[in-house]
Design a protein around this ligand. Structure first.
Ligand code: ATP
Ligand code: MG
Length: 472
């Protein structure tokens, strides 16, 4: 066990860390913090939800000086939501030491960002496209940057941001320190990565596989047409606290969130074609538990840290095993337990085997849940609701009515009837989703790696659009 004080973290940051409730450093933090302080370039790989943000955030904040006029630290992130989240975490860590971070991302008014830049934050957290806009307008000058962090580096590089990152780094002083983090750093990207770095040291937290042990990973072999009922049944059998359902395309996400709403679940969708204000609103509702199901494309797969996510459903199996790792990693964070279900069509079974081989983790097979099981689940929810209400008390107003009813009916009939009234109706609403084609069988990993970087194919509609980067 390593305490933050053992790592000689600045006192003001120690205070912040305490307030955030961190008792000890996670393994990646314990390894990375001293190394960054020594000035090394670092490639940090550790599983999802293990505190990589603070691993780079703490030493980054420590090296910012308060009297510089220009930003000295830069964090690049692949999505807007992640940029916002990382800036928030840095601001929490930096609040007592007086270091500020600002998120700068597409879809937000330029004027607003320019105004915020006038407050002279020491750290800029940005999506690459918007940062380049600011650099062109000279509203952000990278000449004084000392440290650059590429969070979710593999995603940014395989998304088609390589040129942007090259452009950005060309303007950052050579003698900078470069840090690169992700839960997955595929071999095929290592040569790209090295071009941005000086003799980097790889820090990899040893683990059995790419995924965390506290996620219970299951799969259900299910024909495309039965996926939706299967999802509803699972939601009824074990209602999640918060759940994320991943779909392959934007259309899929729209249709799914609509269908779930029709069936009475509190769900909303998020994807790259929505206006930023809408994306923010949906995420806010999810974080505040106003909705309990977030339906998303891979735009929500990377880095997002929402506490209380108990379940992830891969409604559609992802193309890449990296995407699988990150999607399911939205649960089981910071040592908590989580469950991840993946729906696999019969034709996709070989693709599932490929994912298992890459992540070094076998998934547990589950049968398709039956309507009876779902019905039992709904009854159980009614029972829970009844007991909760009974235990809460404050039922005085109804007591007399209850007594009168008991004079004419027996208690068993009455309780059964009240359960029936509170039980959620079974699937009456007919729902039809546009069918998605099964994924083509994936080549074996070795063959794929031999084919080199050209094999970073990304077939999904979402990724193709994201590849154009402005749409992110
Ligand atoms: N030392 C710590 N003790 C307890 N909780 C921590 C600690 N460090 C970070 N956390 C919390 O753990 C959660 C996950 O951290 P973080 O988002 O940095 O994970 P990550 O490794 O970047 O995951 P991902 O690969 O999904 O991006 C956050 O809520 C963070 O505040
Ligand atoms: Mg992260």
């Amino acid at each position: 066990m390593t305490l933050f004080s053992d790592l000689h973290v600045h006192e003001a940051i120690l205070r912040a860390v305490q307030e955030m409730g961190f008792e000890e450093a996670t393994p990646i933090q314990a390894e990375v913090i001293p190394k960054v302080k020594n000035g090394r370039d670092i490639i940090g790989q550790a599983q999802t939800g293990t505190g990589k943000t603070a691993a780079f955030g703490i030493p980054l904040i420590e090296q910012m000086s308060q009297d510089e006029k220009y930003p000295q630290g830069l964090v690049l992130a692949p999505t807007r939501e992640l940029a916002i989240q990382v800036a928030e975490e840095l601001n929490r860590l930096g609040r007592f030491i007086g270091v500020q971070a600002l998120a700068v991302y597409g879809g937000q008014e330029m004027t607003r960002q320019m105004k915020a830049l006038k407050r002279r934050p020491q750290i800029i957290v940005a999506t690459p496209g918007r940062l380049m806009d600011h650099m062109r307008r000279r509203t952000i000058r990278p000449q004084y940057m000392k440290i650059v962090v590429l969070d979710e580096a593999d995603e940014m590089l395989s998304m088609g941001f390589v040129e942007d990152i090259e452009t950005i780094l060309a303007e950052v002083p050579e003698e900078r320190q470069t840090l690169l983090f992700s839960a997955t750093i595929p071999k095929r990207l290592q040569s790209v990565v090295h071009q941005f770095m000086k003799n980097p040291e790889k820090v990899q937290i040893k683990s059995k596989g790419l995924t965390v042990a506290n996620i219970d990973q299951r799969y259900i072999e299910v024909p495309e047409k039965q996926k939706f009922d299967t999802l509803c049944h699972l939601l009824d059998i074990t209602p999640p606290e918060l759940a994320i359902v991943f779909g392959r395309t934007k259309r899929r996400v729209d249709e799914l969130s609509e269908a779930l709403t029709q069936r009475g679940y509190l769900a909303e969708g998020i994807h790259g074609d929505l206006r930023q204000a809408q994306r923010d609103k949906v995420l806010r509702k999810f974080k505040s538990n106003t909705i309990d199901i977030l339906v998303a494309t891979d735009v929500a797969a990377r880095g997002l840290d929402v506490s209380g996510v108990t379940h992830v459903y891969n409604f559609d199996l992802p193309q890449d095993s990296e995407s699988y790792v990150h999607r399911i990693g939205r649960t089981g964070r910071a040592g908590k337990e989580g469950v991840a279900y993946s729906f696999v069509t019969p034709k996709e079974m070989s693709h599932l085997r490929f994912i298992e081989e890459t992540t070094k983790k076998k998934l547990t097979r589950n049968d398709i849940p039956t309507s009876q099981e779902a019905m039992q689940g709904r009854y159980q929810q009614a029972v829970d609701q009844l007991i909760k209400t009974a235990e809460k008390g404050n039922l005085k107003d109804l007591e007399q009515i209850a007594k009168t009813l008991l004079e004419s009916y027996d208690p068993v009939t009455l309780v059964s009837a009240s359960l029936k009234v509170t039980t959620k109706e079974p699937e009456q609403v007919k729902v039809t989703l546009t069918e998605e084609a099964s994924l083509r069988p994936k080549k074996s990993r070795r063959k794929q790696e031999r084919r080199g970087r050209s094999s970073q194919h990304r077939f999904t509609t979402e990724s193709r659009v994201r590849g154009k980067r402005k749409k992110k």
